[in-house]
Design a protein around this ligand. Structure first.
Ligand code: PLP
Length: 456
């Protein structure tokens, strides 16, 4: 045993089963134990400060020390620490948050169902699609299409929507009735000389081919993140969603926008749907809704869907779906305060103001010998590493080149994340200032340089 190992690290290695971690590496290397937050920084047990370039898991929009959120939670705990929304009851604060969310949501979305995580919100949307098909007398219309490399969560349904091998493999997923179509990544998958528009048209045609092959009467919904996050920070090619939506409308397939990452300002507008002209029938969101300070997610639907649900309740006596903590008052109070702060500080304008620092900074290194593509929008971006940029050849995943960049960045006090395919992701708190972004980029660049020395 390493005598310098801390108590927290020992406890963690002995008793904690980590989510989404390499458990074997954890045993030998131990965890990074974080004890405090300060603005866009987090601080470890030894007092080292890290510029948190991922806002944790794409969620701490207001950074790691917003007292107003702590105070809102405390006040609500004293006032009404728990109430539920089953059996036609509600905590006043949950109803207020629902109104507030509808006020900023894309046009046509008018009702909010609350859950606790992105996975739960997406599970709810899958179940909703099935339930609606039954309600309108089309019980065969149940298949769900998402995209390869999508990330929609890890529960049975949301893990089936996810299009990444680590979520399937030995987990016996995807479940039946889940299908995956192409990843809309122009740099990696477009044909030589193919424009973004032509590529988008090909993807829409591919989606249509899949729907026709399965039978349009069997396909209920299509799920998509406006910008694919954990699958690699993939910004769709120009006109993609417009063309895809045309296909979905033609075959009466619901468009579900998974805004768990994009929602609440990440792309420079309140929702990614607004940035990319998506008109979702259903929208799911989480993370920055509460700045990640307490768990909360939501699923939004429009009047048409809500009327059908009401009619079903007349028939069946109940809308038979919900969670103990749906609309939890403490989470709702934090959500309300988060949205107030976003508005008071005009955070969307701030994101649009500082985004060019991130985007231009990433692209300034597009010709670094390790970088295949630099990409992003708003305050989300990535470097996709490549062994050979022109041939779009990746490194052997076993070489762990991306992981090395992350490690080298961490040494320099910057937290970034490696995604499958040696993609280095950036998704800092929305409150980040231009000089902090420059610092983050400088440390990441130094990490790239050190990794290049190690690779060549
Ligand atoms: N959808 C997207 C786009 C996500 O990025 C995530 C998580 O990162 C999820 C869904 C799942 O959310 P959760 O981890 O809260 O279940």
């Amino acid at each position: 045993m390493d005598p310098s190992e801390t108590l927290a690290s020992r406890r963690d290695r002995a008793f904690h089963l980590h989510p989404s971690s390499n458990l074997a590496a954890l045993r030998t290397e131990g965890p990074l134990v974080i004890v405090r937050g300060d603005g866009v920084h987090v601080i470890d047990e030894a007092g080292n400060r890290y510029l948190e370039g991922m806002a944790g898991l794409w969620c701490a929009g207001l950074g790691f020390s917003e007292r107003r959120l702590a105070e809102a939670a405390y006040r609500q705990m004293l006032e009404l620490p728990f109430y539920h929304a089953f059996s036609n009851k509600v905590a006043a604060v949950s109803a207020e948050l629902a109104e507030r969310i509808v006020g900023v949501a894309p046009a046509g979305l008018s009702r909010v169902f609350f859950a606790n995580s992105g996975s739960e919100a997406n599970d709810s949307a899958v179940k909703l699609a099935w339930y609606l098909s039954n309600a309108v007398g089309r019980p065969e219309k149940k298949k769900i299409i998402s995209r390869r490399r999508a990330y929609h969560g890890v529960t049975v349904a949301s893990g089936s929507l996810t299009g990444l091998p680590f979520a399937h493999g030995d987990w016996d997923l995807p479940a039946p009735r889940f299908l995956h179509t192409e990843t809309p990544h122009h740099w990696r998958y477009a044909k030589p000389g193919e424009s973004e528009e032509a590529y988008a048209e090909r993807l829409a045609a591919e989606l249509e081919r899949l729907i026709l092959a399965e039978g349009p009467d069997t396909v209920a919904a299509f799920f998509a993140e406006p910008v694919m996050g954990a699958g690699g920070v993939i910004v769709p090619p120009a006109t993609y969603f417009e063309r895809v939506q045309r296909v979905l409308t033609k075959y009466e397939v619901l468009m579900v926008a998974d805004e768990v990452i994009c929602g609440f300002g990440r792309t420079g507008q309140m929702f990614g749907s607004q940035t990319f002209g998506i008109r979702p029938d259903v929208l799911t969101c989480a993370k920055m809704m509460t700045s990640g300070y307490v768990p909360m997610s939501a699923m939004l639907v429009g009047d048409g869907i809500y009327r059908t649900l009401e009619q079903q309740s007349e028939k069946l006596g109940v809308f038979g779906h919900g969670f103990t903590y749906s609309g939890h008052p403490v989470a709702a109070a934090v959500g309300l305060e988060t949205l107030r702060i976003y508005e008071e500080r005009d955070l969307l304008a701030h994101v649009r103001r500082v985004a060019p620092v991130l985007q231009e900074g990433l692209r300034a290194l597009a010709d670094h010998p390790l970088v295949g593509e630099a990409r992003g929008i708003g305050l989300i971006g990535a470097w996709e590493l490549a062994k050979d940029r022109d041939r779009r050849e990746s490194f052997d995943p076993k070489a762990g080149v991306g992981a090395q960049v992350v490690k080298n960045a961490q040494k320099r006090g910057a937290i970034v994340r490696v995604l499958p395919g040696d993609i280095i992701a950036f998704s800092p708190p929305l409150i980040i200032e231009a000089h902090e972004l420059r610092e983050l980029l400088a440390r990441a660049e130094a990490a790239l340089d050190e990794t290049w020395e190690w690779v060549r």
